[in-house]
Design a protein around this ligand. Structure first.
Ligand SMILES: [Zn+2]
Length: 107
């Protein structure tokens, strides 16, 4: 894969992740204590909210890592395993952009 298609792929992933972050932010807005939903619904809302908060944190971390990967795209050693110097597949870079090791060296 050449750099420009890797860049396009990362940018696409960034925009999907940004969308996810804004969706989760919407879902984790504070729940008003005096809104009309019943007590059980309120417990549900609070439970869902903590799940969504965890997802929001993960999406934010992913976004940071993707942006870091993008900023390193022009580095001569981008996509090269720090340990064994083999090329890391783009699929892995997108799933684990924070990893600068190939699957073999990371395990
Ligand atoms: Zn390696």
């Amino acid at each position: 894969m050449d750099k420009s298609s890797i860049r396009a792929t990362i940018l696409n992933e960034i925009s999907k992740t940004e969308k996810a972050v804004s969706d989760y932010k919407e879902l984790t807005k504070p729940i008003s204590p005096n809104n009309a939903i019943g007590r059980v619904s309120r417990m549900d809302a609070i439970n869902n909210r903590s799940v969504n908060e965890a997802s929001l944190r993960q999406a934010e971390i992913k976004l940071t890592n993707l942006q870091r990967a993008l900023s390193k795209l022009d580095d001569p050693d981008f996509g090269i395993c720090l340990k064994c110097k083999q090329h890391i597949p783009i699929g892995r870079i997108l799933i684990r952009p924070e990893s600068f090791l190939c699957v073999n060296c990371a395990s």
